[in-house]
Design a protein. Structure first.
Length: 385
């Protein structure tokens, strides 16, 4: 259980520092933006929370004061939640009402911080074992301190979740809508952390041992912080991530088409428009377009050798579930191509060849659909080889 908690803490801390480092890389062009400065402040507080958590896990004192790292961790967590709420308000709109609500949240955060500090020292926080601040150990003042801290975390989760939906419908920016959706998900997960932490505290106070279920709070905390870190940075990396995913899909299609292209090229070398390797790997879109065109040209060169008298069908039970019609068509095309290649190599022209016209069976109206269709034909072609 200790290992699981440590691992969850490490995941949350790494995601926090990664999000901060990523945002700091944009400081040159964004520092004048007040929303950016608020975002960096939020991530700094998030990192401070986990830094103090690491110090607290190591035991000992901070600046000569026992359990001071725990107090700083809790106070910075309160400031972090308030700062996240302020970011949400700034994302929504920039009206006088928002300015008033931002001041209200700042005052509330300061009051909660002062209350936690007061309760900490009144409860003799520096002189207590660090474990008391994990469960409360039945001490009324420590229990009060911990429950105030949990409430300070749960309330922003509820307000953020309630506001994200309407704010997402108000904005015209797709990236901001995605960020707000992720923020609402993180609010739900972190609220579950608060609920689990409350259960841990109260069951310990009542002398009830819930065993391994105590670790649920750590799991929800780590998951919530990871999703929150993503929501606070998605607007700047979503476009790049989409381009990367598109490149990966194109590369997979490019590789999937290779066996079919290779055999067609060997049968008709003139289909190659440019020497191999003339286009850079980074220009994959061009290379994929070129490969599709060359496959189509090689396919046309085979038309005099394609026997259309009977369409081959796959053996019973070999159709892919859910796509039997398309699979049968892809199987027929792949089989006819393989037979046509053999006929061309041996110089045998079928009696019922199709040597004119275009593609009657399948002619997609867009490039994406054409790549998907040719990839399916190439996949079947490779399997029957």
């Amino acid at each position: 259980m200790i290992l699981t908690r440590t691992l969850c803490f490490a995941i949350a801390a790494l995601s926090s520092y990664a999000a901060l480092a990523y945002r700091l890389c944009q400081v040159g062009r964004s520092w004048r933006d007040s929303a950016y400065r608020a975002l960096v402040a939020t991530l700094l507080l998030q990192c401070l929370t986990f830094t103090m958590g690491a110090v607290a896990m190591g035991g000992g004192s901070l600046l000569g004061v026992g359990n001071l790292a725990i107090l700083v961790m809790h106070v910075s967590a309160v400031a972090f939640c308030v700062s996240a709420q302020i970011i949400l308000l700034r994302w929504a709109t920039d009206t006088e009402e928002v300015v008033r609500r931002v001041r209200s949240w700042v005052v509330t955060g300061v009051a909660l911080g002062v209350l936690l500090i007061a309760l900490f020292f009144i409860a003799d926080g520096p002189g207590r074992p660090a474990s008391d601040f994990n469960t409360g150990s039945g001490r009324p003042l420590v229990l009060t301190y911990l429950l105030v801290f949990i409430v300070s975390q749960a309330v922003p989760c509820v307000t953020i979740f309630r506001q994200c939906g309407p704010y997402a419908r108000m904005t015209d920016k797709a990236s901001l809508r995605q960020a707000l959706r992720l923020l609402s998900v993180s609010a739900v997960i972190l609220f579950l952390y608060c609920a689990c932490r409350t259960v841990n505290i109260l069951t310990a106070a009542w002398g009830i041992d819930i065993g391994v279920w105590q670790v649920a709070a750590s799991v929800f905390s780590a998951a919530g912080i990871v999703v929150l870190s993503l929501s606070l940075t998605i607007s700047s990396w979503e476009a790049s991530a989409a381009k990367l995913l598109e490149w990966v899909r194109s590369y997979r299609s490019y590789r999937a088409l290779y066996p079919l292209w290779r055999d067609l090229y060997e049968a008709s070398p003139d289909i190659v428009l440019e020497p191999s390797g003339s286009a850079a790997v980074s220009d994959l879109n061009y290379r994929l377009h070129r490969r599709v065109i060359e496959i189509r040209d090689g396919w046309r060169d085979l038309r005099p050798y394609i026997d259309r008298s009977a369409a081959p069908a796959p053996a019973p039970g070999t159709e892919e579930p859910g796509t039997s019609s398309e699979y049968r068509q892809a199987y027929a095309e792949a089989t006819q191509i393989r037979r046509a290649l053999h006929a061309k190599r041996t110089g045998t022209v079928p009696v019922h060849s199709k040597d004119a016209g275009d593609f009657d069976d399948r002619d997609p109206d867009n490039f994406t659909a054409e790549v998907a269709w040719l990839a399916q034909v190439a996949s079947v072609y490779r399997k029957i080889g």
